[in-house]
Design a protein around this ligand. Structure first.
Ligand code: HEM
Length: 403
């Protein structure tokens, strides 16, 4: 078999155009089907449209405001509390634990015991699901890893998902009998799926994978953005101390720090698509059916034509031309545009920071909580990057808290 032709797109404008093509279908997770088969980000056409329309309801402004202002803050404080009391933490683990707790809430995975052991088991499953979704980058024995992930999915199903389904079915039955109102139903993806199972023709294993996908889509991306932004703010403390100080007390500015971090370090450095038909882009580039289109987000987000001469620099004061998103294309665009974008990073604050309906997003909200607790790098134990990671992930990031 001949290798498909690969077309790489690096400019911001062309990348925007490519994301909007309806004849390009998802290609990024082909090797990750153990977790990712038939989940939203892998669907195309009508199947994608009908599931997205239902799940979208959960991410309307009013729900996001409720999550950000009422439902998330207690989860953030509960997760952080023990670390602040102990005076120290390791940020990579802490951020995944915190974002997983928030993502479990939005995806509909209950933790009835509420014990640290239970959270730790869910965390171990999550880490394996992440490996399953990104098997394309796995350098060891892929078949063995796939089998390990499949076994974890089955164990997660028995331990977490089935009890969560059971509780939601009981709530849905109460609602159908008029004994509770719609507002009293859980606000999560699993409830949406269970209420619309027949319309969407969803087999059990797709309900399982879709719930796991939401868990990992929400947790891993937000956790890395959290650690990377904090690292940028620590760096600022020596290069621009007034900005570092402002990030501690001005939520709008902190949000801009998050957006710049997400622009410079997208959670996935590329998006990938398969061309299903002949396509011609505005600049004359031709794409043939069967071509693999690689949208290089790292390059597009640093395109000087969109972000100016300082595109490579983390600058929360950056002035953006109209129509250019502060996070670049890190949340995608078009049919697969991130459904959790506003939940993670809020609404675009430019020029409107004090508006009543401004949402900051869970990454800035969680960062604000650690900054308020006086977080700073542990002087006795420097942070180190994971040498095996091509994406510059941190392996360990020890911090201390206090005045
Ligand atoms: C900093 C945080 C996040 C980043 C950088 C991020 C990034 C992305 C990107 C780039 C895509 C598009 C993938 C593509 O076009 O191939 C995407 C899609 C998606 N994201 Fe996010 N995401 C984040 C947070 C979240 C959160 C918090 C949730 C859930 C609550 C979420 C749920 C999803 C879902 C369900 C899709 C698929 C949408 C579809 O295919 O219609 N993400 N995300």
């Amino acid at each position: 078999m001949t290798e498909p032709t690969e077309v790489t797109i690096t400019s911001y404008e062309e990348a925007r155009e490519a994301f909007r093509q309806k004849h390009l279908r998802q290609a990024l997770y082909d090797a990750g089907d153990v977790v990712m088969a038939d989940v939203l980000v892998n669907l195309h056409g009508d199947a994608h449209r009908s599931r997205r329309r239902l799940e979208n309801r959960l991410f309307r402004r009013d729900s996001q405001a409720l999550y950000e202002r009422e439902l998330f803050p207690p989860i953030v404080s509960e997760t952080l509390g023990p670390y602040i009391a102990a005076g120290s933490a390791e940020l990579v683990g802490l951020s995944h634990q915190m974002m997983m707790n928030l993502a479990a809430f939005t995806s509909g995975v209950d933790r009835p015991l509420g014990t640290p052991e239970e959270t730790f088991r869910l965390y171990s499953y999550l880490m394996l699901f992440i490996e399953g979704a990104t098997l394309a980058h796995f350098s060891g024995d892929r078949e063995a890893k796939r089998a390990e992930v499949a076994a974890a999915l089955a164990a997660f199903d028995t331990e977490f998902l089935q009890p969560s389904i059971h509780r939601r079915q009981e709530a849905i039955a109460l609602f159908e009998r008029g004994e509770i109102s719609e507002e009293q139903l859980p606000r999560d993806v699993l409830t949406v799926l269970l209420r619309n199972r027949d319309d969407l023709a969803l087999p059990d294993e797709v309900v399982l994978r879709e719930t796991c996908f939401y868990l990992l889509a929400g947790a891993h991306t937000s956790a890395t953005a959290f650690v990377r932004t904090l690292d940028a703010i620590f760096e600022m403390a020596s290069t621009a101390p007034a900005d570092a100080e402002r990030a501690r007390r001005d939520m709008g500015f902190l949000q801009r720090c998050v957006h710049e971090t997400i622009r410079l370090q997208p959670s996935s450095p590329v998006a990938m698509r398969w061309a299903m038909e002949e396509i011609e882009l505005a600049g004359g580039r031709r794409i043939s059916p069967g071509d693999k289109v690689v949208i290089d987000l790292m390059a597009a987000n640093r395109d000087t034509a969109a972000f100016g001469d300082t595109a490579q620099v983390h600058d929360p004061h950056r002035h953006l031309a109209s129509g250019v998103a502060p996070w670049g294309l890190s949340f995608g665009l078009g049919m697969h545009a991130c459904i959790g974008q506003e939940l993670a990073a809020g609404t675009d604050a430019i020029g409107d920071v004090n508006a009543q309906d401004q949402l900051y997003g869970l990454v800035p909200v969680a960062l604000h909580a650690v900054l308020a607790a006086g977080v700073r790098p542990d002087p006795s134990d420097p942070a180190r990057r994971d040498p095996a990671s091509e994406r510059g992930y941190w392996a360990k990031y020890p911090v201390v808290f206090g005045p």
